[in-house]
Design a protein around this ligand. Structure first.
Ligand code: CCH
Length: 291
């Protein structure tokens, strides 16, 4: 067991959990990034509800949301880390795991501060339906991400996380990776989105996505097709989004810098800090858990 507050020791143990030869593309990194994002992405600025505080996915109301299907796998991968460092909150662990995964997969350093609480404040619980629906388009993306306080540039930068991982038929119903090397963080997603010919495809389960298969690949070496979600494609048809898709496709450093900023901001939604970065703990006001 590490000493309370030794986040470097936690980071090391998260790194040790990343390599998973028998899982997906050999890494838990992508699903850790998705866990971090879904834990924070329920936030609503107007009502100050949702967000990573409370680690609500531990409970059925949030964990059982179909939008979170599959994330129990990520939480189970992190359980040994929690056992070794029982002092860390789940809400800190899940957000930190996303940050560590991005870095280990070749991405930028994302600023991360601890202090989230696992205290469940009933008045802050998010209703279901706060996370995006991949079958929709640009208006829906704005509706969801403006609610969290993001702008168009930030929406596109965040979408670049789809450099990582894949759709799973038994989770979201979508199928396949966005890029050829889905465990390496890069700006390839934007380059492929712009430059490949994406074909509308209906999967056997009725789910509609966009696929690309290399027409020149020899028949015996056919690779799994790459895919884009309808929401990914909407970044091309909306001129304000398209501007940023092009910038990020052209300039990897700019994308890395903007992704680091916006992912860090996402993980802070709903966390109140003083000017030294310490969390202002309001739990005790309600007589709840005090860290
Ligand atoms: Fe995403 N994402 N995401 N996504 N996502 C899926 C997988 C990943 C949407 C839908 C889906 C972000 C934004 C959106 C990741 C990170 C981010 C899947 C497949 C769907 C569907 C899930 C499955 O079947 O396992 C939609 C819609 C949006 C709207 O913008 C943002 C923001 C982030 C992070 C910053 C990552 C990583 C994955 C891969 C997960 C894995 O298990 O491989």
């Amino acid at each position: 067991m590490s000493q309370s507050g030794d986040y470097d020791a936690v980071r090391k143990d998260i790194v040790a959990q990343l390599k998973k030869p028998d899982y997906d593309d050999g890494s838990a990194g992508p699903v850790f990034v998705r866990l971090a994002w879904h834990s924070a992405g329920t936030y609503d600025v107007a009502s100050d509800t949702g967000g990573s505080n409370g680690a609500g996915m531990r409970y059925e109301a949030e964990g059982g949301d179909p939008a979170n299907a599959g994330l129990q796998v990520a939480r189970a991968f992190l359980e040994p880390v929690k056992e070794r460092h029982p002092w860390i909150t789940y809400s800190d662990l899940w957000t930190l795991a996303g940050v560590v995964a991005v870095k280990e997969m070749g991405g930028p350093d994302v600023k991360w501060l601890p202090g989230r609480t696992d205290f469940v404040d009933d008045s802050k619980l998010p209703p279901r339906g706060r996370l995006p629906d991949a079958a929709q388009g640009a208006d829906h993306l704005r509706h969801i991400f403006y609610r969290m306080g993001f702008n168009d540039q930030e929406i596109v930068a965040l979408s670049g996380a789809h450099n990582l991982g894949r759709g799973h038929k038994d989770r979201s119903g979508f199928d396949g990776p966005w890029v050829n090397n889905p465990t390496r963080f890069s700006n390839q997603y934007f380059r492929l989105l712009l430059n490949l010919e994406w074909k509308p495809t209906t999967l056997s389960n009725g789910v509609k996505q966009f696929n690309y298969s290399d027409p020149d690949a020899p028949a015996d070496e056919k690779e799994e097709p790459l895919m884009m979600l309808p929401t990914d494609m909407s970044l091309l048809s909306d001129s304000s989004f398209l501007l940023w898709v092009k910038k990020y496709a052209d300039d990897k450093d700019l994308f890395f810098q903007h992704f680091a900023d916006v992912f860090g901001k996402l993980l802070e939604l709903g966390i109140k800090r003083d000017d030294k970065g310490s969390v202002i703990n309001t739990d005790n006001v309600r007589g709840g858990y005090v860290s």
